[in-house]
Design a protein around this ligand. Structure first.
Ligand SMILES: [Zn+2]
Length: 231
């Protein structure tokens, strides 16, 4: 029973080797990193949109306050022109100076906001340029990767045919277990037990498990999930 699965695994190893070569290829890594960037662009643009909206709202508020203070200042100027009491005039002047100081401080804030907005505009154009680069990198690497994959096609087809034929001799339940682990990119999957420990992770097996193995049963390692058999 285990012999057939071992034969299957041996042929499967050739497929696994190609898969590893493909997935660790520079072309695939470049395409993957470009895709991650492109997928993240929307979120970055949304954050910038929020920041720009917030800055615009803040600038509008400051401008409104400035307008209001300027109106108060004009009223004071008229009051000063119409007043004849020195104490009253001094009081108005003091108030006017206070208003002017407030307007100055607000206009400094407005300038600061303007600088921030400039930064946001710069960030927008950086993102735009980087997205363009990422799109070009993705297209180029994807094409390169597809070519690499195509170069293995015949070999992979042959191995898959061989696997299909070997599969027929393997116990169906065992095959299902094997395929599940294989899908999780575990490889190799089947190991012999030597000196009472798992052939892969070296975990010590219980008496019960060892007895099962002695009786010719096939078990799975509790720790690493390998399929185990007694040689
Ligand atoms: Zn193990």
């Amino acid at each position: 029973m285990i012999k057939d699965l071992l034969n299957y695994q041996q042929a499967d190893a050739k497929l696994r080797k190609i898969e590893v070569e493909l997935s660790s290829s520079t072309a695939r890594k470049k395409a993957a990193s470009a895709r991650v960037y492109i997928e993240g662009v929307n979120e970055n643009v949304n954050k910038l949109d929020d920041k720009a909206g917030h800055l615009a709202q803040e600038s509008q508020n400051i401008a409104d306050q400035c307008k209001n203070l300027s109106e108060q200042l004009s009223e004071l100027e008229r009051a000063i022109a119409g007043a004849d009491d020195v104490n009253q005039i001094n009081f108005y002047i003091k108030k006017a100076e206070d208003l002017i100081a407030q307007i100055k401080s607000l206009s400094a804030s407005l300038n600061k906001n303007g600088d921030e907005s400039q930064k946001v505009v710069k960030e927008y154009s950086t993102i735009k340029a980087q997205t363009k680069n990422a799109q070009a990198q993705y297209a180029e690497s994807k094409e390169e990767y597809d070519k690499l994959k195509a170069s293995f096609k015949q070999e992979m087809d042959d191995i898959n045919k061989e696997l299909e034929s070997l599969k027929k001799s393997v116990d169906a339940t065992l095959m299902e277990k094997y395929q599940k682990k294989r899908a999780n990119k575990i490889f190799p999957i089947v190991y012999p037990v030597t000196s009472g420990v798992c052939g892969y992770c070296r975990m010590e097996l219980s008496m019960l498990e060892l007895n099962k193995l002695k009786n010719g049963e096939i078990i799975e390692c509790d720790q690493c999930g390998s399929i185990l058999y007694q040689e």
